[in-house]
Design a protein around this ligand. Sequence first.
Ligand SMILES: Cc1ncc(COP(=O)(O)O)c(C=O)c1O
Length: 388
Amino acid sequence: MTNEAFQPSRRSDVAPFIAMDVLAEAAKLEAGGRSIIHMEVGQPSAPAPRLALEAARKALEHGRLGYTAAAGIQPLRHALAEHYKREYGVEVPSDRIMVTTGSSAGFNLAFLAAFDPGDRIALTAPGYPAYRNILRSLGLIPVEIEVSEETRWCLTPEHIEQALKDGPVRGILVASPANPTGTMMSSDALTELIRFAEAEKIWFISDEIYHGLDYSGDQKSALEISDNAIIINSFSKYYCMTGWRIGWMVLPDQLVRPAERLAQNLYISAPEMSQLAATAALGSVQELEAVKAGYVANRELLLEGLPAIGFDQLLPVDGAFYIYADISRFSDDSLRFARQMLHDAGVAATPGVDFDPVHGHKFLRFSFAGAHENMKEALVRMSNFLSR
Ligand SMILES: Cc1ncc(COP(=O)(O)O)c(C=O)c1O
């Protein structure tokens, strides 16, 4: 056989994270002694809650860490069921809750459990890039629907009706609060879209990874609206545990066993130590609310500071820790602009092209998950950069 015979699969040909180029450049500059303020990273700078760290230490000292049931350890699944009762007033049996290795594994399992190759799944552009890349690698077809100010950057039944004209849609995937926009669907908008999905027999997948990080108090889980919705969540954001790789799903009854069988075969179980730590993290609300108070202060600072220095077209920042800014008055090449800002001002932000191949060249995403002092300094640096 010739070498040409040994080719990677077509489905592995997914897009890279363009933002990684900016990250790599930032790292190079830092290695050369430059001070860089990181507003490109989508993760909390705070450590995991104290109780989670204690639980992990205890597990290391005393525990034999092994495989767990594929669906996760019982105490964590029970604690998550309690979480739904406490936070949302919803009773859900713990056997509908499945622990995953981050929400990323949740997406893979949910897509595999609900869809067959060639199925079309509707999602927003701009949106989190891994959605479309995971879908493509699994032989599914992402139907990216451009959203705008008109619908507050959210999908509506009208969008889906339009997509249905080009062929059946088997799934609708939304995130609220969303990445990169930070916008949230109102309770009415979410209810209307879920009702529409149910009527059309379309799976509804709700990425609730930024729940807890809402600034309007109008946070609703799709689980409050429908038992047929697939809920995906994670300990990565509100709980400050990105590196622990723990997420969870709440599944409709008929998907529980298929997802469990898939998990058993794909990765056996999520890491036991991280599951123990995550269980403890659910009891750390006070500490986590203090972290959130830091985001609230950063958000206020930037919502005033960014327009004052010239970034005056911002999307509504209802939740998460992102600000998506229209930079078209400065540039129509967000990748180049981000590079220039990195080199000249020492501030790293993510170019919109990662999130939206069509309009992303006009946008930058700023993460405000960092320290307040750094946000202040970033504003000074960017002000000098923009006024040159
Ligand atoms: C919207 C959204 N969903 C899912 C993820 C994946 O997170 P994890 O796999 O750490 O749970 C991210 C990460 O940034 C995200 O922004």
